[in-house]
Design a binder for this molecule. Sequence first.
Ligand code: 13P
Length: 253
Amino acid sequence: MTLRKPIIAANWKMNKGPAEASEFVAHFKLEAADLEKVEIVIAAPFIALSSITGKNFAVAAQNCSDKESGAYTGEISVSMLKEVGVEYVLTGHSERRSLYGETDLEVNAKNCQILDHGLKPIFCIGETLAEREAGNLKSVLKTQVTEGLKGICNEGVLNCVVAYEPVWAIGTGVTASPEQAQEAHAMVRGLIAELYTPEIADQIRIQYGGSMKPANADELLGLPDIDGGLVGGAALDPESFLSLVRSAVNSVS
Ligand code: 13P
């Protein structure tokens, strides 16, 4: 089995402008030893991206256009993100799917656009409570994974990180149980093995997202198919986020 480097990402959502973002990174002190073991990413609002680049973590945007350039008022292209030092871009987040109507087709176009420019998608998937209760977990994940990765070659998929975020656990304080999380992660890895190869599936990192916090991070990050976290609320405070980074370090120590 491949040793996958854990990846802990903060998703600040619509929080922290340039001033607060600078304040956060000034308070966020990382140990060199931790940085070798864990990859740390901060997904900030567009206008705060330049305030957090050049530090010891990777910078992510929370969205991008699926177009190259042109008359798309209000949109931000992947090449513009690249110009300000962005390495990762979130795609398919449930808030974008449910509040802004993003479809699997658009998510796929964004994934392709990001990879074409040499950046890396953090591709989010996850079921609603109704879908889970109706017994549709696997079919929902299968559709999202298959459609979202359509046309992406072996080399491309190795540059993707997948984030499994059960919608019912996002911002609710309810976390998937270790059994539920491990089951879904193993399912996603299995789907990638079917679409690509078992060797590729073994290398892909799959983050858990949905009310991850210092109190549950050790347990979740200790599970065999969980390779990190995509964290909202608990990543807004530098001490809390640092505690999650330490849990990730401990998971591989
Ligand atoms: P919370 O950690 O606030 O539940 O948010 C999770 C999330 O949506 C990360 O993308």
